[in-house]
Design a protein around this ligand. Structure first.
Ligand code: ADP
Length: 409
């Protein structure tokens, strides 16, 4: 049982790490995709701006012959060329601004056949064909900070998402370490309780011996006999609790120790052991069985603890009418043990949680039986250790039925 949960834990840790790495990869993938999209949008805006600039150049060309000469690369006075370049610069600048591009740029008038392949990747061209006598003239624009601008658009998002993923990973590791520390602490507490409980065994044995000696000596003294009976009863209770704890500890340490256990004998013995207590409460305990093969590979003491726990609960939670029925059946290798009572019962919500450790149905107006909410949890542990199943059917105010099943096939 422990090995399986250890393997499950390892699987969960591995799966969480794999999921985190995958999440990181998906994030990076989406960020690159977003960067490419951002670049495309930028390219489109530049193309629109340059197209608008071309239209404006067309208007200027009609009004100004010098612009024509400048664009065709004809020799003209230095200040004329300078002025026309400034005019073209202002046209391009205003169109870029209108299209929301506020980046540094430079431009030149170029012949298409002169531009290199690398130029084509980084530059934007606007052909002026149709406006000038020569056809292959175009405006070439370059933005030196284009990549930085695109990355800046996504930078905040990128840093934030990577930071969050790392935060999740770190908190996961911290949680894991805390969990291991808690587990260690729990193990130490369990070891301490087990050792302490072992220490109770000797004084208890001495008390039992002493009380039986006293009982012999005071034979006939009714008052003292009554006191001794109280001591013996309380001793018996204490011994029962200690045995329970030790059995559970044994389950945790050595759940593989198995021997053939006769469930028929076990159930008969359990019914016989509980009968005096039930009779004293004016109740009844019935037992019937059907089938032949009641041998189960398990541990007698542990299975006895599970059986006793269910019968004990049936008595405890039947305050008015202790009517208990035990039923054992075997069919095609499937062994079923049922404990049925007509006690206080439980609601469906409660039945879902009663096998949880420390869970008790809130006593308030329902019952005032003392307990720790451990009996059914331990019973579930024992049954699970032998690959059995335990379930409960209950109706509030009518009674409860616990069903244990082992499939030997
Ligand atoms: P404890 O009896 O010590 O509280 P258990 O684990 O044995 O712990 O039981 C958990 C809870 O399940 C109990 O508090 C009780 O309310 C409910 N319960 C168990 N058995 C019965 C039953 N036969 N009838 C009604 N309620 C039950």
């Amino acid at each position: 049982m422990d090995k399986t949960s250890h393997r499950h834990r390892k699987l969960v840790v591995a799966a969480t790490f794999a999921a985190l790495i995958l999440l990181l990869a998906i994030h990076v993938f989406w960020l690159f995709k977003a960067a490419r999209l951002e670049e495309q949008i930028f390219n489109q805006r530049v193309a629109i701006a340059l197209k608008e600039a071309r239209d404006e150049v067309a208007v200027r060309l009609v009004q100004c012959i010098q612009m024509n000469e400048y664009l065709c690369g004809k020799q003209c006075a230095h200040d004329v060329a300078h002025n026309k370049r400034a005019e073209l610069d202002s046209i391009i600048h205003s169109r870029l601004e209108i299209n929301n591009i506020h980046l540094k740029y430079w431009f030149e008038i170029n012949h298409a056949h002169l531009s290199s392949a690398t130029d084509k990747n980084n530059c934007y061209y606007q052909s002026l064909s149709g406006l000038l006598p020569t056809d292959d003239i175009h405006i070439k624009v370059q933005f030196p900070d284009r990549s930085r601008y695109v990355m800046a658009q996504l930078g905040g998002l990128f840093v934030a998402s990577i930071t969050f993923i790392f935060l999740v990973a770190i908190s996961f590791v911290v949680m894991l370490r805390l969990y291991h520390r808690e587990k260690l602490l729990m193990q130490q507490t369990i070891d301490f309780i087990n050792n302490m409980v072992h220490e109770f065994q000797t004084p208890l044995a001495n008390i039992r011996l002493a009380t039986s000696m006293i009982k012999k000596r005071i034979a006939g003294d009714a008052k003292n006999e009554e006191y001794i009976q109280i001591v013996q009863k309380e001793h018996h209770k204490l011994q029962g609790h200690i045995d329970k704890i030790l059995n559970v500890a044994a389950l945790g340490q050595n759940n593989n120790a198995t021997e053939p256990v006769d469930l028929l004998q076990l159930t008969r013995d359990a019914a016989d052991n509980f009968r005096p207590r039930i009779t004293a409460l004016n109740g009844t305990i019935g037992f019937h069985y059907q089938g032949t093969n009641f041998i189960l590979k398990g541990n007698y003491e542990l299975l006895e603890t599970a059986w006793n726990s269910l019968i004990d609960n049936a008595i405890k939670y039947s305050p008015d009418n202790v009517e208990i029925l035990l039923c054992l059946t075997e069919e095609n290798g499937k062994q079923t043990f049922i404990v049925e009572d007509q006690g206080i019962g439980m609601s469906t919500n409660e039945t879902k949680r009663i096998f949880d450790q420390y869970y008790r149905v809130s006593s308030g107006d329902i019952h005032n039986v003392k307990g720790f909410g451990l009996g059914l949890y331990h019973t579930w542990q024992i049954i699970s250790a032998y690959e059995g199943k335990i379930k409960v059917e209950s109706t509030l105010g009518k009674g409860t039925r616990f069903i244990i099943e082992f499939n030997q096939k």
